[in-house]
Structure formats: structure tokens, C-alpha cells
Design a protein around this ligand. Structure first.
Ligand SMILES: NC(=O)c1ccc[n+]([C@@H]2O[C@H](COP(=O)([O-])OP(=O)(O)OC[C@H]3O[C@@H](n4cnc5c(N)ncnc54)[C@H](OP(=O)(O)O)[C@@H]3O)[C@@H](O)[C@H]2O)c1
Length: 256
């Protein structure tokens, strides 16, 4: 990786930035490469991790070659406006539903790249979509997990829905763990089992090139317990409910 000589600034230091910073440090990025804008959790994180706290957003942009924007979406355009951007910089936005054009209106000079990490970046396990993708940026983001380059911004909005799915899957893990605990498993065994089953399912799908219908067909043997439960879920129209939730999120990202 050739990213260790560049200074990376965080503009907006809240929940997501905390996870990205933890992941970068865990990946071996030297702490003196990271700089934080002054608001939010920045003073606490800077003190905890020995990072540089910028005096102002202007000072951050002056000092950094790469700036990661992690303010709330409604604050994004305002946060990048009026700062001393240069042509040789990259502005990486993690803000959901904020198009490149909306940022470029306020910050015309830097190259703008969008990423959509999830909090698993903290343990370097975030599948992170990136648009437009270039090796300098994907090398950096690969420190936080796998990188999935996308070829258009419409695809990026669709892919952003998966950042919400990440939370829904945690809800499923919780439902499953709670049910097991109610039947008598210890809370810790129920939690580890439920999380482990979801990890195993994901890893199996990711590692295989077989069509997903075939993978599932191998599991759902006629008359077996997997088939029994799938029939129950289908009768409750879980597929439609799930797709409806995805539609609602995509509408919010693209139409609001
Ligand atoms: N949380 C996630 O899991 C997640 C995942 C993927 C993407 N994202 C994206 O990441 C972004 C941040 O989300 P979050 O959950 O980390 O939000 P958050 O915890 O509210 O953090 C946002 C931070 O930005 C600061 N801020 C706002 N305007 C600023 C400015 N002009 N200069 C400097 N700092 C400023 C806020 O400070 P104040 O508190 O002082 O206003 C706050 O500390 C969002 O756009 C979201 O779409 C989040």
C-alpha cells in the first residue's frame, strides 16, 4: 500500500468516523497520518488515540491530501463549502444519499469519491462500496475490509441500501438469539451461536460460485427443518416485506 505518506483528515467526527479511525489504526496506518476536525467526538478521540486535532476545518483541509467527509447528510454540502480545497486533493464522502454533484457545487477543486462503509470498519471487516474507484483510494479503503467498486452513481444509491440491511441483519441475529435464550440457552451461548450462524451463512455464499438458488436447495431438503421454516416465512410474505423495506430506503436516498 502506498497510502501511508498521505495525511488523511476527518471532516465530521461522530459515530462512523470513530469506527473508521479505529479500523485504520488497527490496519497499521500510523496515527500521525490522521487528523480530525475539531467538533463532535474529535477531542476525545484525539486524546485517546494520540491523533492531531485541527484548529479549524480550514486548517484540516490545508494540511491533508485526503479528506473523509463524515457529517450527517443534511450537513454535508454546508460542511465542505468555503474551505481551501486544492486540485491535488481527494474528498471521500461517506454521507448517505448525498450526490457528488451536490458536493462539487460547494467544493469544485478536489476529486470526489463516495464510499459507504459500515461500522464493521472498526474491526477491518466492512464490505465498502466505492464510486468512482481508483487504486489510490481502494488501497486505502481496503484497510477497512473488502472494497466493492461500482461503475455508476445510481448503483451506488442502490448499494447504500445494504448499509441499512446491515442493521436489519443485526436485528435478525438479536431475534434469533433472544428466542434461543428464551428456550433456555445461556445469553452468551445464544448470542455467539446466532452471530456465528449469520457469519457462516454469509461466508458460505461469498466463497461459492454456485447460484444462490442451488445453495439453498441443498439446504432445504424436502421434509426437512430448513424447508419447514422457509415455508413458514414465505407464508408470512417475508420476501415482500424485506424488498419493501429496501424500496423505502432507496426512495429516501434518491427522492427526498
Ligand atoms: N453511522 C453509521 O453507521 C454510518 C454508516 C455509513 C455511512 N454513514 C454516514 O456517515 C455520516 C455520519 O454519520 P454518523 O452516524 O457518524 O453521524 P454523527 O455521529 O452525528 O457524526 C457527525 C459529526 O459531524 C459533526 N459535524 C457536523 N457538521 C460539521 C462541520 N461543519 N464541521 C465539523 N464537524 C461537523 C457533528 O458535530 P456536532 O455533533 O457538533 O453537530 C458530529 O460530530 C452520515 O452522513 C451517514 O450517512 C454512517
Amino acid at each position: 500500500m502506498n497510502d501511508t505518506t498521505q495525511r488523511i483528515g476527518f471532516l465530521g467526527v461522530g459515530h462512523l468516523a470513530r469506527c473508521l479511525i479505529a479500523g485504520f489504526l488497527k490496519s497499521g496506518l500510523p496515527a500521525d497520518r490522521l487528523m480530525l476536525s475539531p467538533r463532535g467526538q474529535a477531542p476525545a478521540i484525539a486524546a485517546e488515540q494520540g491523533l492531531v486535532l485541527a484548529e479549524s476545518n480550514e486548517a484540516l483541509v490545508e494540511a491533508c491530501e485526503i479528506v473523509i467527509l463524515a457529517v450527517r447528510p443534511a450537513d454535508a454540502a454546508k460542511a465542505v463549502a468555503g474551505l481551501p480545497w486544492r486540485d491535488d486533493q481527494v474528498l471521500i464522502s461517506a454521507c448517505a444519499g448525498v450526490p457528488i454533484a451536490a458536493l462539487a457545487e460547494q467544493a469544485a477543486r478536489p476529486r470526489i469519491v463516495r464510499i459507504m462503509p459500515v461500522t464493521a470498519a472498526e474491526i477491518c471487516a466492512s464490505p465498502t462500496v466505492c464510486y468512482p474507484a481508483s487504486p489510490d483510494i481502494t488501497d486505502l479503503i481496503a484497510r477497512l475490509g473488502s472494497v466493492i467498486p461500482l461503475s455508476g452513481e445510481a448503483d451506488f444509491e442502490t448499494a447504500t441500501v445494504s448499509a441499512a440491511v446491515y442493521g436489519w441483519v443485526q436485528k435478525l441475529i438479536q431475534i434469533s438469539a433472544d428466542w434461543s435464550a428464551e428456550q433456555g440457552l445461556s445469553r452468551e451461548a445464544a448470542r455467539q451461536l446466532s452471530a456465528g450462524i449469520f457469519i457462516a451463512a454469509g461466508q458460505t455464499v461469498a466463497a461459492s460460485e454456485e447460484p444462490m438458488e442451488d445453495l439453498l436447495a441443498h439446504l432445504a431438503t424436502p421434509g426437512g427443518i430448513t424447508e419447514l421454516g422457509l415455508k413458514h416465512l414465505e407464508a408470512q410474505m417475508v420476501d415482500q416485506a424485506w424488498a419493501g423495506a429496501c424500496d423505502a430506503v432507496l426512495d429516501r436516498l434518491t427522492k427526498d
